[in-house]
Design a binder for this molecule. Sequence first.
Ligand SMILES: O=C(O)CCC(=O)C(=O)O
Ligand SMILES: [Fe+2]
Length: 274
Amino acid sequence: MLKIQRMSPRVGAIATGIDERTFEKLYQAWLDCSVLVVRGQDLQMDEFLSYSRLFGLVEPHPSKSTRHPDCPEITLLGVNKFDADGKLNMNIYRRGGHTWHTDGAYDQVPFKATQLYAVSIPSRGGDTLFASMYATYDALPEPLKKSIEDRIGAFVYGGRDRDNALLNPEDRDKAPALHPLVRTHSETGRKALYFDPGKILRIEGLEPDESDALIDQLEHHMIEKSSEYHHQWQKGDIVIWDNRAAYHKAAADYPPDEDRIHWRVSIKETAAAS
Ligand SMILES: O=C(O)CCC(=O)C(=O)O
Ligand SMILES: [Fe+2]
């Protein structure tokens, strides 16, 4: 029987007793908790992909160099961590660890979900941290809420620092994607702060210094501490998060000489659901 155990009051749940007949309930639990963990799996890539497709449209990630060579829909995290000269490549080691973020804000249709499958786990460290975007929005000071009402953010992969080393040169100049900073979730109907300090370029309609100041203020308020869930990985874990409802960040603190490898898929809303 499907059992859902919440991991913190606002974000995160572990599901057990899953089978095909329970998917609808599992999907609802994911919408309710924003981050859903399933443990103890032993998957082939095609099994991981077909499970991922139950949640939406699986699309190759724009970082071509980190795609699985045989399967573009799967991104490899933590692979090729060392350059030819033996130096740790921080773009790989710290991927997702620079700031709290939501995945895919730089796309016109941002990622609905991201799902990771743990292939190799280090002896210590390497957690993924999650926090609720709903809780963030609810807790924003009223004046800040007012100042972002109806405001639109412009997002690009490299953000203000043009930090886009993981993109091929031909993919680095895409036009910014525009999204409201207060986004109503298409399935839960709940309001969330939609923000990513590493991907936002500017807030439309503001002078550059005003835009930077508001971005700084939002970064300061973006995490509601009591809503956090820190996932400690075990090999065989699957974790799926809702990029419309939860922020995440890699702790990026594990021993670099150990493996920490995940398969990752990026999932969009299907044509039917969007
Ligand atoms: O490796 C992790 O813990 C998460 C990395 C990340 O930000 C992502 O996969 O989108
Ligand atoms: Fe991420």
